[in-house]
Ligand binder design. Structure first.
Ligand code: ZN
Length: 114
């Protein structure tokens, strides 16, 4: 189960796990969605943690782009590709994950960031 809140661009979003998450039309099945007015990210309940991470990253990217005024500029396939890519890069490169409040993180390998 993921944490129950997430911060995106100064906004706190609740994370809600929903059984049988549906689109607003009440018919189309979703794995996740972001509700800006309610400050809520909804995800399908009971997914594997790997799928949960990818879906949450997908919704985070929607949130970041929407806050930047580009909500419709990026296609769903690109958002999905970025979400899978971020999950993989963070998994393969744990040093990229910030720990605590580091203001000047140094890679564990001693390599410089260029
Ligand atoms: Zn989407």
């Amino acid at each position: 189960m993921p944490p129950n809140k997430l911060y995106i661009g100064g906004i706190t979003y609740r994370i809600a796990e929903i059984e049988r998450l549906l689109a607003d039309d009440g018919r189309r099945k979703l794995s996740g969605n972001i509700r800006y007015d309610e400050c809520e990210i909804r995800i399908e309940a009971g997914m594997d943690v790997q799928s949960t991470r990818q879906i949450i990253w997908h919704e985070v990217l929607h949130g970041i782009l929407t806050q930047a005024g580009h909500c419709d500029a990026i296609k769903e396939q690109i958002i999905d590709a970025l979400a899978y890519g971020i999950v993989d890069v963070l998994k393969q490169n744990p040093w990229l994950r910030a720990k605590g409040e580091q203001s000047n993180p140094t890679p564990a390998t001693g390599e410089s960031i260029g």
